[in-house]
Design a protein around this ligand. Structure first.
Ligand code: C2E
Ligand code: MG
Ligand code: MG
Ligand code: MG
Length: 278
């Protein structure tokens, strides 16, 4: 009896495992089709100068337009894309689309998120160079958003790749700043132009005085190192005023604008131009 139970349990877990693997493969196949077909969309979130009412950049954020499940946010498929290797064609698609779209928004930078898996490819810098050439996009208007994950594995290789990107004129931002474990060391060693303070700091700022102190310190540290400091996840006027008072350079968040399709960015920019001219 006991033996039988054990066997049943074993096969039960095996079946569950098979199912999980099959599911993952199904989802990966779906995503592969989305990348090669036209199942992916890029939305853009405006980033504002903190001290004046001006859009200075747009962050490209990928979405998956699934035929049955609707619009799927990146948190639900980027990890799977990284595990399956699909992040490489996905990342190339994102960069190419962002460069193509952003040509019609002169004067604005476009920020593109880069997975550590992409960045670790030996030919990553060449890939970026090729897409810039193909699309004719001005490299000084491109900002790549990297995370600490990019530099932890092979710091020497990462440093070399970053220098080569900088040499092309590409800007580099350290995304989700403060969530890793040794960000301060990275700031000194690596050639970042910008840090983006992680949204979690702002979320907890009202609740605990400690978060406000941390945000304060990060802004001052960034400024002292000559970096541009952007805060993400700005949702309230209080947060906006606090960050402005600290001298944070750029603000991004639902209070100011949400991510939106490229056509809505066109409308927003033209409405703002008209309002400015009036
Ligand atoms: P991220 O790069 O830190 O992007 C900021 C995220 O915060 C976006 O979520 C944005 O919509 C959200 N956000 C901005 N302002 C606010 C706010 O005021 N309140 C709240 N609650 N959220 C705000 P999204 O678009 O869901 O993207 C999530 C993450 O997925 C990104 O975080 C990034 O790590 C990743 N991701 C997005 N697009 C790409 C991509 O093309 N490639 C890669 N590798 N990762 C991507
Ligand atoms: Mg980002
Ligand atoms: Mg972030
Ligand atoms: Mg993030």
């Amino acid at each position: 009896q006991a033996k039988n139970d054990g066997r049943n349990r074993h096969s039960f877990f095996e079946r569950r495992m098979d199912e999980a693997i099959r599911m993952r493969k199904l989802v990966a196949d779906d995503l592969r089709d989305a990348i090669t077909g036209d199942g992916l969309e890029l939305h853009y979130q405006p980033i504002f100068a903190a001290d004046r009412d001006e859009v200075v950049a747009l962050e490209a954020l990928v979405r998956w337009r699934h035929p049955e499940k609707g619009l799927i946010p990146p948190d639900r498929f980027v990890a799977m894309a990284e595990q399956s290797g699909l992040i490489l064609p996905l990342g190339d698609w994102v960069l190419r689309r962002a460069c193509n779209d952003a040509r019609r928004w002169p004067g604005l930078r476009v920020a593109v998120n880069v997975s550590p898996i992409q960045f670790r490819q030996r030919d990553y810098v060449e890939t970026v160079g090729r897409i810039l050439e193909e699309t004719g996009f001005d490299p000084t208007r491109l900002e790549l958003e990297l995370t600490e994950g990019v530099v932890v594995e092979d710091a020497d290789a990462a440093e070399a790749a970053m220098m080569r990107l900088r040499a092309k004129g590409v800007n580099l931002a350290l995304d989700d700043f403060g969530t890793g474990y040794s960000s301060l060391i990275y700031l000194r060693r690596f050639a970042f132009d910008k840090i983006k303070i992680d949204r979690s700091f702002l979320e907890s700022m009202e609740a605990t005085g400690e978060s406000a102190i941390l945000v304060h310190s990060i802004v001052h540290l960034g400024r002292a190192l000559g970096l541009t400091v952007t805060a993400e996840g700005v949702e309230t006027r209080e947060q906006q005023r606090f960050l402005q008072a600290l001298g944070c350079h750029q603000l991004q968040g639902y209070l100011l604008a949400r991510p939106m399709p490229a056509s809505d960015i066109d409308a927003l920019l033209s409405a703002r131009r008209h309002a400015g001219a009036a």
